[in-house]
Ligand binder design. Structure first.
Ligand SMILES: Cc1cc2nc3c(=O)[nH]c(=O)nc-3n(C[C@H](O)[C@H](O)[C@H](O)COP(=O)(O)OP(=O)(O)OC[C@H]3O[C@@H](n4cnc5c(N)ncnc54)[C@H](O)[C@@H]3O)c2cc1C
Length: 479
């Protein structure tokens, strides 16, 4: 029998790699893991966690404004970007240390080095001048920002650099309109930066329900974010003549001056230079590792999880894929990950929470579709005075009466959708939602009190009727 240095060698210590390494070790495997940057990966070091901390920071300006309607007088507040970044970095260091400690505590050998496949059964750590053999190899190398070819690309930053700016810019152009672009737009706008979002397509948040897209665009604009759709950029150049910063030139001849330009135009799988092709591993159209439902690559003993496989690029998904991998390989129990009904959020201000099919997708996939939706001013803003509308929308398969989509734009949307996800995944019908007693007064009660099917407005009168739908208190507030 062939003997190997390790039962499992994991390349990449992010959400998926760390979980797989720890769990495989706890199941008795001898595990090594290599990380070329920092243990914890994108989510912990330069994704979900630092981003959410900055989102929290950005909310205070709005909260100070809103407080006045509740009787609070708050002296002119001031903000220090340097303090925020220092405190954020301290928290990231703490998490990084916990991840490292947990790996080592589980008996995993950690190598702080880039790793590449040397042969189908061995991994080379160039920086440490070491090569190890392994019975199984797990590729969990995640993704990296994608920057399209544009003149002046060397001047732009990505979300990686945005988390480490020495100074808060006075203005920024953010190119792209996916969740990362819009979350950073919210962060910067909340901290007082003049933000323009530049996007080639007709509306922000491609792939989301159209009401969510339209509502968020309106609300972000009210919060001072300048959203420019159908915008094609031809070049970015330093503004040597003016007050510094950069000039962004558009295809239609227009231009924009901003102190910084950030691109958030998608991410690409980290497979370049890993030696995967030599090992016979099939790669997909954008370089992602092609895997089967058990996360196995085209080479029998090599598996891959997380963003590098470009299935659903979210932290909980990478973790679930890692858990399934361990169950399949180390517990002899072939286990698939269910990629249906994954709740997700956009941590903008206001927030988006969504699960399941949007209206457009449902109309393509279901024979009949019933829509229930409500727009209202959240109770909080009746006193804050802020002009902000909340959207609640349920998409129902008309044949089975099952709720197949739930979409919320407004405060705490992420928290609500996470809970709604349980019932929707279990196959709850609209009748189940209706039979659920409302919790009053809260915004979420709207989800169980929407009775009127929405019909597309045919005339102005109907449109007005839709606008005034929803009390904002879910059920009529009678004192
Ligand atoms: C700005 C931003 C915000 C995000 N916000 C959210 C959110 O709110 N919620 C959510 O669920 N997801 C969010 N994500 C996505 C989430 O971070 C990823 O889905 C998740 O981190 C994927 O985990 P992974 O294990 O596949 O890869 P990663 O976490 O990216 O880990 C891969 C690791 O492999 C390392 N590596 C790469 N190549 C090599 C090599 N050759 N040798 C050694 N090491 C290597 C990398 O340095 C990295 O540490 C966000 C991402 C970004 C960029």
């Amino acid at each position: 029998m062939t003997s190997y240095d390790y039962d499992l060698f994991v390349i990449g210590a992010g959400s998926g790699g760390v979980r797989a390494a720890r769990v495989a070790a706890s199941m008795g495997a001898k595990v090594g893991i290599a990380e070329e940057f920092r243990v914890g990966g994108t989510c912990v070091i330069r994704g979900c966690v630092p981003k959410k901390l900055l989102v929290y920071a950005s909310k205070f300006s709005g909260m100070v404004e809103d407080a006045q309607g509740f009787g609070w007088t708050i002296p002119e507040p001031s903000f220090s970007w340097q303090t925020l970044i220092k405190n954020k970095d301290r928290e990231i260091d703490r998490l990084n240390a916990i991840y490292l400690r947990n790996l080592k505590g589980s008996g995993v050998e950690v190598f702080e080095s880039r790793a590449v496949l040397d042969t189908p059964h061995s991994v080379k750590l160039a920086e440490l001048d070491k090569t190890f053999s392994a019975k199984n190899i797990l590729i969990a190398t995640g993704g990296a920002p994608f920057i399209p070819k544009v003149a002046g690309a060397e001047h732009i930053i990505t979300s990686n650099e945005a988390l480490h700016l020495e100074e808060l810019p006075e203005s920024i152009a953010i190119v792209g309109a996916g969740y990362i672009a819009l979350e950073f737009a919210t962060i910067f706008a909340g901290l007082g930066v003049k933000v323009s979002v530049l996007y080639r397509g007709p509306q922000i948040l491609r792939g989301f329900d159209s009401d969510v897209r339209d509502t968020l665009a309106v609300e972000l604009t009210k919060r001072g974010i300048d959203i420019r759709c159908n915008t094609d950029i031809v070049s970015i150049a330093p503004d040597n003549a003016g007050a510094g910063g950069y000039v962004v030139d558009f295809k239609d001849g227009d231009s924009l001056h901003k102190q910084l330009v950030m691109y958030a135009t998608g991410r690409v799988p980290n497979t370049q230079g890993l030696g995967l092709e030599n090992a016979g591993i099939d790669l997909g159209w954008n370089g992602h590792v092609v895997v089967d439902e058990f996360s196995r690559t085209s080479v029998e003993h090599i598996y891959s999880v997380g963003d590098v496989t470009d299935r659903v690029n979210l932290t909980p998904v990478a973790i679930a894929e890692a858990m399934s991998f361990c169950e399949t390989v180390y517990n002899d129990n072939p286990t698939r990950v269910d990629h249906e009904f994954i709740a997700t959020a956009v941590f903008t201000e206001p927030e988006v929470g969504t699960i399941g099919m949007g209206e457009e997708e449902a109309r393509e996939k279901c024979r009949t579709v019933d829509i229930y939706k409500s727009r209202f001013r959240p109770m909080f803003h009746t006193l804050s005075g802020r002009d902000e509308q909340m959207l609640m929308k349920l998409v129902v398969d008309g044949d089975s009466n099952k709720v197949v989509g739930c979409h919320i734009v407004g405060p705490d949307a992420a928290e609500m959708v996470q809970i709604a996800a349980i019932s929707i995944r279990m196959g709850a019908t609209k009748a189940d939602f209706d039979a659920t007693m409302a919790l009053h007064p809260c915004a979420a009660e709207e989800l169980v009190t929407m009775r009127e099917k929405w019909t597309p407005p045919e005339d102005e009168g109907n449109q007005q009727a839709e606008k005034s739908q929803g009390s904002g208190f879910g059920i009529e507030f009678s004192g």
